[in-house]
Design a protein around this ligand. Structure first.
Ligand SMILES: [Zn+2]
Length: 162
């Protein structure tokens, strides 16, 4: 494999990879193939079944007990395939409210937080979502810390706090 930036050979290794490109700060992919260029520092990561991965991330985020963070609201909204305007229509709020939720200028309220979780759960009828989660939510927001591993049956999220 040649580096796309400088053309030198890249080395391949399995790493625990911080998948910040998904927009969430604390998502680790366990043992994925990463190719690195020792000359210019360029790297590329091989992520199999990325739609399945994003599905598992979304379900893990809506299962956490703390309130959704701005970056998580944005991730989940994109996962639903909606623009800010689409999202605003479905949530029954103004488009400006959506941008304030996503840039952190306004915290998402408790009811909107729960509605977004249910929208994600509804989009994934093949995966269980414990509605009791909604009764156990804390008032504080905290980012989800996720560790995900690709197994034979697809991606799965390892149990984590928060
Ligand atoms: Zn290079």
């Amino acid at each position: 494999m040649k580096c796309l930036t400088c053309g030198k050979a890249m080395t391949t290794a399995r790493e625990n990879y911080n998948y910040s490109a998904c927009g969430l700060p604390h998502v680790t992919l366990k043992g994925v193939e990463v190719r690195r260029c020792g000359i210019c520092g360029e790297h590329e990561v091989v992520i199999p079944r990325i739609e399945d991965l994003h599905q598992v991330i979304a379900m893990a985020v809506v299962a956490k007990k703390s309130r959704l963070m701005p970056a998580e609201v944005k991730f989940l909204r994109k996962h639903l395939g909606w623009s800010g305007a689409d999202f605003a229509r479905h949530m029954g709020v103004a488009a400006e409210t959506v941008s304030r939720w996503e840039n952190g200028r306004e915290p998402m309220g408790a009811v909107a937080d729960r509605l977004l979780r249910l929208l994600i759960a509804t989009k994934s009828p093949d995966r269980d979502y414990a509605i009791d989660t909604l009764a156990e939510l804390a008032d504080e927001a905290a980012p989800a810390h996720l560790r995900l591993a690709a197994g034979r049956k697809g991606w799965h999220s390892e149990p984590a706090a928060a």
